[in-house]
Design a protein. Structure first.
Length: 318
């Protein structure tokens, strides 16, 4: 068995992906593209720069080769989080990326954007989706729901939409059935070391004679023995525990408020029902008084017959 650093931690993941050979292997497996080369873009966010953020982001510019031999640039935005509260921040970050001038196709007079793929590496499950990796692609359709292929891909259309890849780390479950699962196996939390979640124990025989996996393992071995990265993992663990505590308190308060609102709603419904019953009773009493008055019965006798005060007779006569 081999003990490696756990890349679920931002500090380890950043150290791993800064190696362009490793990034090329991981991004090729994820996107299923023929990635020729990758460059880390300068606007990545590290753990030490965060105060209110609880996700890690790192952006790549990838040169991709198509089946016909042509090459083009694709932006790959990788976002990783432990927590389940980041959907809005994911969207906000993508919005910022769409506005960046350096994300436009070079020499494009129309201002078309470079095609983009968003990769979400999640430390939590997404509802009842059981597949560890899902691909969300945006096809074009006509009014009759027929898929449109002629003229596509098109830079205008590609500028307005992007594909997404969602990785659910808790769904990996030790399975290695294809190339992607083999690459992602170094993220599999079922391999966590019993003594510390900072480390994973993996069977290195699974990766023998795999020239692309060796740099990944080597990089994670280096991280496992790096004191600074260990300190960063400790800080990140503390940081995320504070966020989880905060989110738990928010959820408990929200649940309490929801229960109080439900009780108030029930009380209001009960009061509305009581008011309706009283109104119905008043209408019946008013009608009785009106009938008796039309029969010539005095207000005093009406009060006696109906068991009410004379003042009530006067009030309902108005």
């Amino acid at each position: 068995m081999m003990t490696i650093a756990n890349p679920i931690y931002d500090s380890v993941f950043k150290f791993l992906m800064e190696d362009t050979r490793v990034a090329k292997t991981i991004l090729s497996a994820l996107t299923k593209m023929d990635v020729v080369s990758v460059k880390v873009r300068p606007h990545e966010y590290s753990n030490s720069m965060r105060d209110t953020l609880s996700m890690f982001r790192i952006d790549f510019s990838a040169t991709v080769r198509e089946a016909d031999g042509s090459e083009h640039i694709v932006l790959i935005e990788v976002q990783k989080t432990w927590l389940e509260t980041e959907t809005l921040r994911f969207r906000q970050y993508l919005g910022v990326q769409y506005q960046r001038k350096e994300n436009l196709i070079e020499n494009s007079k129309e201002g078309y954007a470079i095609p983009m793929v968003a990769v979400y590496i999640l430390g939590h499950k997404v509802g009842d989706i059981e597949e560890p990796v899902i691909y969300v692609r945006h096809d074009a359709y006509d009014y009759n729901e027929n898929r449109v292929t002629k003229g596509l891909p098109n830079p205008f259309v590609d500028s307005l939409t992007h594909d997404s890849i969602i990785v659910q780390i808790p769904r990996l479950r030790g399975q290695v059935n294809n190339r992607l699962e083999k690459v992602l196996s170094v993220f599999d939390q079922t391999r966590s070391d019993r003594r510390s979640e900072h480390f994973l124990n993996i069977d290195d025989t699974l990766y023998q004679n795999d020239d692309e996996m060796q740099p990944i393992l080597h990089r994670l071995l280096m991280a496992a023995s790096d004191a600074a990265i260990q300190q960063d993992m400790d800080a990140e663990e503390l940081y995320c525990s504070v966020l989880e505590k905060r989110d738990t308190e928010i959820m408990l308060n929200a649940k309490k408020i929801a229960e109080q609102n439900a009780q108030l709603k029930q009380q209001k419904a009960k009061l509305d029902d009581q008011q309706a019953q009283l109104q119905e009773k008043d209408n019946a009493l008013r009608l009785s008084i009106q009938v008796l008055q039309e029969m010539g019965v005095t207000d005093e006798d009406i009060a006696k017959r109906l068991g009410i005060e004379p003042s009530e007779v006067v009030r309902f006569s108005k």
